[in-house]
Ligand binder design. Structure first.
Ligand code: PMP
Length: 359
């Protein structure tokens, strides 16, 4: 029997049917990559130095990244065991879903939101329940609360929401938590929180003391510019984080990644100055687009959401020809990261014409 004749191996059909994780298209050297919400700034020299100083390549890393956890515990005034580190916050999402939801359990989230949620739920054998975003593209928390059933095991709230950029307010979140059963895990995904400027937005860590079923997810990928090194963290109750730890693939966070994260915390002031530059660029770009006639939700991450509907593909192609690689969601809209100044300038030249293509 030749290899091609062999009977196909029995794989889980729902896994085989999963779409591959769609990564932003790589941009050629002359194009701007605005498709993955990355940080356009180069790493700080001190961060690179911390990574290169970590030379024990032949040794496994500390599996719990204790020193990094100590820094984060001090930053948020919580216990070291209330911090859990993962190889990106997406790894922590996977762990938390696996820890709480098994076959046929429901995981509830707003949609459209982060594309990884549906796949991670399917991998856990659980079922996604999606509540549509409001017409203003924000989460509809009362509708989400109404969709909770006896089978719900996890609710994911994403603020700012990827890809629409909208936030959940503190009041909305607290009203939601007041009606969510306390035995139901709520994950507040704050991957873009550092870019938030709206004063009424929810901010997870101070709420941890009040809600024993809340876990807050954050990452070094966006504001701290370490997407390539893969470090994220979860803050929450020890029992929930211990369960997540039990599902983790051990030793996934490298010593080099942990060292970069620690160096970034030590250089936080400088990095947050950069965040302010990106947030100001975002707000100016949003205002310019609104003045051109675009209808764009108020952006609070490091990206904009253009609801381009049926014109999504044609506008994506036009932007690509102008050297801007963006993230299209067919028939819905386009997400554009706030990148280099020149990229934004090109976008605003293009968008002045493209707005006429919209119905
Ligand atoms: N949550 C949201 C909402 C995101 O957009 C992303 C990255 N695109 C992540 C989590 C995961 O980021 P990372 O794994 O790099 O920490």
């Amino acid at each position: 029997m030749s290899l091609s004749d062999r009977p196909s191996v029995r794989l889980r059909p729902e896994i085989v049917a999963l779409p591959a994780y769609k990564q932003g298209k790589p941009a050629d050297a002359s194009a701007y990559k605005l498709s993955s919400n990355e940080n356009p700034f180069d790493p700080l020299p001190g961060v690179i130095a911390a990574v290169t100083a970590e030379t024990a390549y032949n040794r496994y890393p500390d599996s719990s990244a204790l020193v990094l956890r100590e820094h984060l515990a001090a930053k948020y005034s919580i216990g070291v065991d209330q911090v859990h580190i993962g190889s990106g916050s997406v790894a922590l999402l996977a762990q938390l879903i696996l820890a709480a939801a098994g076959p046929d359990d429901e995981v509830l989230y707003s949609w459209r939101s982060f594309e990884a949620y549906p796949s991670l739920v399917t991998v856990a054998g659980a079922v996604s329940v999606r509540v549509p975003n409001r017409p203003d593209h924000a989460h509809d928390l009362p509708e989400m609360a109404a969709a909770i059933s006896d089978n719900t095991r996890v609710v994911i709230v994403c603020s700012p929401n990827n890809p629409t950029g909208t936030i959940v307010t503190k009041d909305e979140f607290e009203a939601f938590m007041a009606v969510v059963p306390t035995d139901l895990l709520v994950i507040l995904d704050e991957a873009y929180i550092e870019f938030v400027t709206q004063a009424d937005a929810v901010n997870g860590p101070p709420l941890l003391a009040r809600y024993p079923n809340l876990v807050v997810l954050r990452t070094f990928s966006k504001a701290y510019g370490l997407a390539g090194l893969r470090v994220g963290y979860a803050l929450g109750p020890v029992d929930i984080l211990n369960a997540a730890r039990s599902t983790a693939i051990p030793l996934s966070v490298t010593a080099q990644a942990a060292a970069a994260a620690i160096a970034s915390l030590l250089a936080e002031k400088e990095l947050l100055d950069r965040v302010r530059v990106i947030a100001a660029r975002r707000d100016a770009t949003w205002q310019a687009l609104i003045d051109q006639g675009w209808n764009i939700p108020v952006p609070q991450g490091n990206f904009l959401w253009l609801p381009t509907g049926a014109e999504t593909t044609s506008i994506t192609e036009a932007l690509s020809e102008a050297g801007l690689v963006v993230r299209p969601f067919a028939l819905e809209g386009i997400r554009i990261s706030i990148g280099e100044e020149q990229a934004v300038a090109t976008l605003l030249v293009m968008s002045a014409d493209l707005v006429d293509a919209l119905p």
